[in-house]
Design a protein around this ligand. Structure first.
Ligand code: GDP
Length: 316
């Protein structure tokens, strides 16, 4: 089926439409004129409230639901708010899936992350590696909740023949990322630090850890396109979405420094954790659908830095 027909006269609920991923999904799906996009601000719909979610799904009766709402954060946030990371993420997944099943929603995309795989999973990481080893301790809280969500999707498929699919992307970045240095991921953190170091003519930029860990970065607009492809043509239950753009944190720091135009030194702060040494995804399933990303890393970083310079609406 072609893209246009698949989305014709359907309703898609993007849960978490105000976040970085949710906004990219809205930007992507508006191109389908006959697809109705449903959203609800968190001030009106607390996804941790079971009865509110049930009422919302019943009233709106979506055909497709994307769970892009989650409590997310970088290495420090995960380590600092473990209860919130477990409880909020399990509640969100459970409430949405239960209400969707009650209201006969057959298609859900449950978004997770590459960080739910075991810390020392064989690389590149195949979808089958899930639960094959110990988790990275710094993000085990988020991981355990999201693994539960993946299993819940599989359980609905097994018991009720649903088509609930879990999408596991590599490290994401894009406009509307979180730039708060305590809770952010590495990309926005380094962009902000490099920008402020340049503005203040500081001699150096501090990068956490050894700079040696490897990460695979994916622009959220590429993720949104991949999800569209997955909705139309993927028939399995769990799929990785990576860019194959893998590099060390040290190399990333240098690219960001270059894009921002900061001329000082990079200093590695070994008192901060490195986290997982590497988490390169195996993207074979995705590639077999005939999809590949369009935004290379340097172009993507320039795009986000332009956005950073030109928007007032930043999360600090
Ligand atoms: P992770 O991929 O789940 O480990 O999440 P992060 O994006 O938070 O961290 C990725 C890597 O970047 C880790 O090795 C961090 O130690 C490193 N890193 C370097 N500088 C920073 C920083 O300022 N903030 C964050 N969050 N990570 C940093």
């Amino acid at each position: 089926m072609n893209n246009k027909m698949y989305f014709e006269n359907k309703k898609i609920w993007i849960a978490g439409h105000n976040g970085m991923v949710g906004r990219a999904l809205v930007r992507n799906f508006v191109k389908h004129e006959k697809l109705e996009i449903i959203t609800a601000p968190s001030s009106e719909l607390d996804l941790r409230d079971k009865s509110k979610v049930e009422e919302f799904v019943r009233k709106n009766s979506p055909d497709i639901v994307i769970i892009a709402a989650a409590r997310v954060g970088g290495i420090h946030a995960n380590d600092t708010y473990p209860v919130d990371f477990i409880q909020d993420n399990i509640s969100i997944a459970q409430n949405i899936m239960k209400s969707c099943h009650h209201n006969d929603v057959d298609k859900i995309i449950n978004l997770g992350s590459s960080c739910i795989y075991p810390k020392f999973a064989e690389q590149p990481i195949e979808e089958d590696s899930l639960l094959s080893g110990k988790l990275e301790t710094t993000n085990q809280w988020y991981a355990i909740a999201k693994i539960t969500a993946v299993k819940l999707c599989q359980a609905y498929n097994k018991q009720f023949n649903r088509s609930y699919v879990s999408v596991l992307p590599s490290n994401l970045y894009g406009p509307y990322d979180n730039f708060n240095l305590e809770t952010s991921h590495v990309m926005p953190a380094l962009m902000r630090k490099a920008h402020e170091a340049k503005e203040n003519s500081s001699p150096s930029l501090s990068v956490w850890g050894s700079g040696k860990p490897l990460r695979e970065f994916l622009h959220v607009d590429d993720l949104a396109e991949a999800i569209e492809k997955i909705l139309i043509s993927f028939e399995g239950e769990v799929i990785n979405v990576g860019s194959n753009d893998e590099l060390s944190i040290m190399d990333l720091s240098n690219i960001i420094k270059d894009v921002v135009g900061f001329k000082g030194d990079i200093i590695f702060d070994s008192s901060k954790p490195d986290g997982t040494p590497r988490k390169k995804l195996d993207n074979s399933q995705l590639e077999s659908l005939g999809w590949s990303p369009k935004i290379d890393l340097k172009t993507g970083i320039k795009n986000v830095y332009d956005w950073f310079l030109n928007t007032e609406d930043k999360r600090f």
